[in-house]
Design a protein. Structure first.
Length: 135
């Protein structure tokens, strides 16, 4: 696995660079009721990635809620995509933004909200939220 090694305040950070992530593409299918607004909620309760500082696994529940435009995400491809983070060294904040960017690129939704609800680690609970609204 390719990592980018940085030092900050004496700490070594090994993060997987975005271009080395090699994540599977999100597949889509046609939403046949264009103009009829629906809200789709997806929960991925077994998300894992690797902490760039400690090399310990980070566990989270990823929640995605979106309003499709012309395409819906295909669920098997989402499962493969989410599971591909397991061996990636990435910060919580970067995970949520990466999922948001890839989801918007694949589906072009009217709107999407992504939440990463990370398990407590070192007495800190982290919840990261990011949103996109189509102009």
């Amino acid at each position: 696995m390719t990592t980018e090694v940085l030092e900050h305040s004496g700490l070594v950070i090994e993060e997987t660079p975005p271009d080395a992530m090699d994540l599977p593409e999100l597949d889509t299918f046609e939403y046949k009721y264009r103009g009829k607004e629906i809200r789709i909620s997806l929960t991925c309760p077994e998300f894992t990635a690797i902490c760039p500082f400690s090399d310990f696994p980070d566990f989270a529940t990823i929640r995605i809620e979106y309003l499709p435009n012309e395409q819906c995400v295909e669920l098997k491809s989402l499962k493969l995509y989410i599971n591909a983070f397991r061996d990636k060294k990435i910060f919580h904040e970067h995970v949520v933004n990466r999922i948001l960017d890839d989801f918007v690129h694949a589906c072009d939704p009217l709107a999407v909200d992504i939440e990463g609800d990370f398990n407590v680690r070192g007495n800190i609970k982290t919840v990261i939220r990011a949103s996109y609204r189509r102009p």
